[in-house]
Design a protein around this ligand. Structure first.
Ligand code: AHR
Length: 506
């Protein structure tokens, strides 16, 4: 059976918010120290940030980077990380049993973001922190008045406010692993008061309240409702976090994005109910600010010694199957562009990351880098409704899972469209027929495919068996295209409509 994909450029989900192409750097493992920042490295810039890592980050065209955590955030004292580096204290980081030397703090991070052209999404500590410490940080970062913390920033060499727009009210406060975890009532109250004060101080900011740390936590649903009962008037987004693991059942692993879709729909519905229940004047959108594949539950690595700086923890090696799941998760985010406005691939460097480094040595990219790279570069514009008639399969993760997962994006100038497709079949190529309603002259501009000899093929610093390849062989006729995608592959097909191009100059 052919997979039938029908797209109508007039059937639109929503404009895609570019912030869905964001990532995350936490003070965790080697994400910061020997990841992005390593002053002694031969390729470090004058600020101590690694040029080779920057060269791998830049092509991702990230919208924002979330910082500084993560679980780390809930014990973080931001004042430790500003001022002369030699006077900054070393602290025990209780989240990751590590030492935090505070050689990178908000100034270093925000100035690095400016240099690489990425916005920052900052978190305030609502574990050990208070509404006041959150406002102090906001004043330090964005303050323009002659006030104490804004003056401290000036004294530390930064005259202009950074103008950080997006702020997270804590991190995963529902999780028992969190430093100073809270009940939904406790978190709802402190998040509400913090949000209120922060917006009084800087009305230009947008705030993300913590949703559940995953869909499987028993308080999921009740947590969201209670938090929004308290915070609705003051917040703009509710967070979702989800990591998927491969426990050896590959068909189920490849189907996990189906569950992610359900998660998004449930939280979006809760947000709509909160608005309706409070006769609200604004929508609450979703910030999927941690998502990825993560196997740590089943790994048997020797635990690195505790209480060291840059403890090498959670350094996942990703394979082709992981890249396909990441591709399906990206498709899910695109298909839900009407509700998901922010999403952060967690994380960016060394810790569950697309980019890896050796201390003092090389930097390279992993398989999961590629679907994100292409989605971020070519998945901007308008998400289109896709009607896919695909063969399906049943597995423990669900019944009727489509073998082909697809998302479609109409380009900003509406003279082309990009399709992202994953073939979940372990064995069979899938012949596909695309019909693009109303088009008479569809042309294939580019077809890039990611596949390998085996689902567990990995890229390392030495070998790269999983690399995107340019493919040919798609046939077009009028508004239709025929192409066949290989088993276990991720694909991006870019189409142009020459006739539209003539009608609508870009
Ligand atoms: O991204 C790694 C960790 O996963 C984060 O610190 C935490 O928020 C989540 O549990």
């Amino acid at each position: 059976m052919n997979v039938l994909i029908s797209i109508d450029p007039d059937k639109r989900v929503s404009k895609i918010d570019e912030r869905i192409y964001s990532s995350f750097i936490e003070h965790m493992g080697r994400a910061v120290y020997t990841g992005v920042y390593e002053p002694g490295h031969p390729l470090a810039d004058k600020h101590g940030f690694r040029g080779d890592v920057e060269a791998l980050i830049r092509p991702l065209e990230l919208s924002s980077i979330r910082y500084p955590g993560g679980n780390f955030l809930s014990g973080y004292r931001w004042l430790d990380g500003v001022g002369p580096k030699e006077s900054r204290p070393v602290r025990p980081d209780l989240a990751w049993s590590a030492l935090e030397p505070n050689q990178v703090g908000v100034d270093e991070f925000l100035q690095w973001c400016e240099r690489i052209g990425v916005s920052a999404m900052l978190g305030v500590n609502l574990g050990t922190g208070t509404p006041q410490s959150a406002c102090d940080l906001l004043e330090y970062v964005n303050g323009s008045l002659p006030t104490a913390f804004a003056d401290l920033r000036r004294q530390n060499g930064r005259a202009a406010p950074y103008g950080v727009k997006l702020w997270c009210l804590g991190n995963e406060m529902d999780g028992p692993w969190q430093i100073c975890a809270k009940t939904a009532e406790e978190y709802g109250r402190i998040a509400c008061e913090t949000a209120k004060m922060m917006k009084w101080l800087d009305p230009s900011i947008e705030l993300v309240a913590c949703g559940s740390s995953s869909r499987s936590i028993p308080t999921f649903g009740a947590w969201e409702r209670t938090v929004l009962k308290h915070c609705y008037p003051y917040v703009d987004y509710l967070s979702l976090h989800q990591y998927y693991q491969n426990d050896g059942d590959l068909p189920s692993f490849l189907a996990r994005s189906d569950e992610m879709d359900g998660f998004i729909r449930e939280v979006a519905e809760i947000c709509r109910e909160a608005k309706a229940g409070q006769n609200g004047d604004h929508d609450i959108y979703l910030s999927f600010d941690e998502w990825n594949v993560w196997y740590h539950f089943q790994k048997e690595c020797a635990e690195p010694p505790k209480w060291t700086v840059a403890r090498p923890i959670e350094e996942e090696t990703y394979d082709l199957a992981d890249a396909l799941v990441v591709g399906c998760m990206l498709n899910t985010l695109i298909r839900n562009a009407d509700t998901v406005k922010i999403a952060c691939l967690a994380q960016l460097v060394n810790v569950i990351a697309p980019i890896m480094t050796e201390p003092g040595g090389r930097a390279w990219v992993q398989t999961v880098y590629y679907p994100f790279l292409y989605a971020s570069r070519y998945g901007r514009g308008t998400s289109l409704r896709v009607c896919t008639e695909s063969p399906v399969y049943d597995c423990d993760a669900g019944k009727g899972i489509p073998l082909v997962d697809c998302a479609a994006v109409l380009s900003e100038d509406e003279t082309g469209a990009t399709l992202f497709l994953v073939n979940r079949s372990l064995t069979d190529a899938q012949p596909c027929r695309l019909t693009f309603a109303g088009e008479t002259d569809l042309r294939v501009d580019d077809w890039v495919s990611l596949r390998a000899q085996a689902a567990d093929a990995v890229d390392t610093a030495d070998e790269t068996p999983v690399r995107p390849e340019t493919v040919s062989g798609a046939a077009t006729s009028g508004g239709e295209a025929d192409f066949t995608i290989p088993p276990l592959s991720w694909n991006m097909l870019r189409f142009v409509f020459p006739s539209r191009g003539k009608k609508r100059p870009s």
